[in-house]
Design a protein around this ligand. Structure first.
Ligand SMILES: [Zn+2]
Ligand SMILES: [Zn+2]
Length: 346
């Protein structure tokens, strides 16, 4: 079968590999859709400390069950499934408290296990052990189901930032994650959603699809000023930074309303993780700053429900569909910001 394998930073190859065989507690799937994201581009360029090469990449996975290990119950060939990306251990102190996104023993598809840029993939028992193999609801395509994983991460972020009814929400970063944040915030009853990006083309592409109440280009306008004007001087109830930008995080502090919440959704580059925060602004304005680290199996299930019900449509966010042979082109398209979501259909 054909796979996309990471060998070293800058050395990612489409190559032939033997079809994997499931262990007695594993499930084997025919991958039908695996979406790409910025993380794939990062791995391509810089590798990742959790990846020991060679490793098949791809972590936004949907497919059809083709073989079930002897000890597996509840699954059969033909089942349509979505696979979690981050796999919690289910046993540590965090997992037992239900904090599965911050499991200290977390492992991941495409990092510790071969991922979905392949014709076939084994879903390891670790996924099944934590109820991380999800049935795709009727009416949801494989491509849409592959977007459940990033949507699950967005859902975790908005739960932590308590996005809800009547909120004015600013989303900084108009990539696929930013688009999902806009859509989910609307589904959760946000009053107004404003989308911010430095790149005018990317902002326009996203705004055409997700129709924010205002699209603010940071290269042309003072973002803080614009948000304060749009919110009658209050600031936004929630600011979500879906960009790897310390400057955006610092700006977030300046445009958040009293008792507002700030989600540092996107991480910062490893060598530049420090930002300055006026602690008195946090103190007197009663601000909450939260992080976000992936998603739990439950978030993935909820994301599939949100897609199935139409609350968060994702089909139109998939702007490109490519065969596995063109997966390297997909990384270029993602890196250049020409697409919202690029889905590989192996
Ligand atoms: Zn991803
Ligand atoms: Zn754990």
């Amino acid at each position: 079968m054909k796979v996309l394998t990471f060998h070293a930073p800058g050395d990612v190859r489409i190559e032939d590999a033997p079809e994997p065989a499931p262990g007695p507690a594993d499930v084997k799937i025919r991958v039908k859709a695996c979406s790409t994201c910025g993380t794939d581009v990062k791995i391509y360029n810089h590798g990742h400390h959790h990846i020991v090469p060679p490793r098949v990449m791809g972590h936004e996975i949907a497919g059809e069950v083709v073989e079930v290990g002897a000890d597996v119950t509840g699954w059969a060939p033909g089942d349509r499934v979505q696979v979690i990306a981050a796999i919690p251990c289910g046993r540590c102190g965090e997992c037992r408290r239900g904090h599965m996104t911050v499991c200290s023993n977390q492992v991941s598809m495409g990092y510790h296990f071969d991922g979905g840029f392949a014709e076939y993939m084994v879903v390891p028992h670790n996924v099944l052990d934590v109820d991380g193999l999800n049935r795709i609801p009727d009416g949801v395509s494989y491509a849409e189901a592959s977007v459940a994983e990033p949507l699950a991460c967005v859902l975790n972020g908005q739960n932590l930032a308590r996005v809800g009814d009547g909120d004015d929400v600013v989303v900084v970063g108009s990539g696929p994650i930013g688009c999902l944040h806009v859509r989910l915030a609307r589904a959760r009853g946000a009053a107004r959603v404003f989308l911010v990006d430095l790149n005018r083309e990317r902002l326009d592409l996203a705004a055409d699809l997700v129709r924010p109440d205002a699209a603010i280009c940071g290269a042309e306008t003072d973002v803080v000023d614009a948000v304060m004007k749009l919110t009658e001087g209050r600031g936004a109830d929630v600011v979500i930074t879906a960009a790897a930008s310390g400057a955006a995080q610092e700006q977030a502090l300046q445009m958040t309303a009293r008792q507002g919440r700030i989600s540092f959704f996107g991480g910062l580059p490893k060598d530049k993780p420090v930002v300055s925060v006026d602690s008195n602004v946090v103190h007197y304005r009663e601000l909450t700053i939260v992080g976000a680290n992936g998603s739990s199996p439950a978030h993935n299930k909820e994301a599939l429900r949100l897609i199935a019900s139409g609350a968060v449509p994702v089909a139109d966010l998939i702007t490109h569909r490519l065969p596995l042979a063109d997966a390297l082109d997909a990384f270029g398209i993602v890196a250049r910001g020409e697409a919202i979501k690029v889905t590989i259909e192996p």
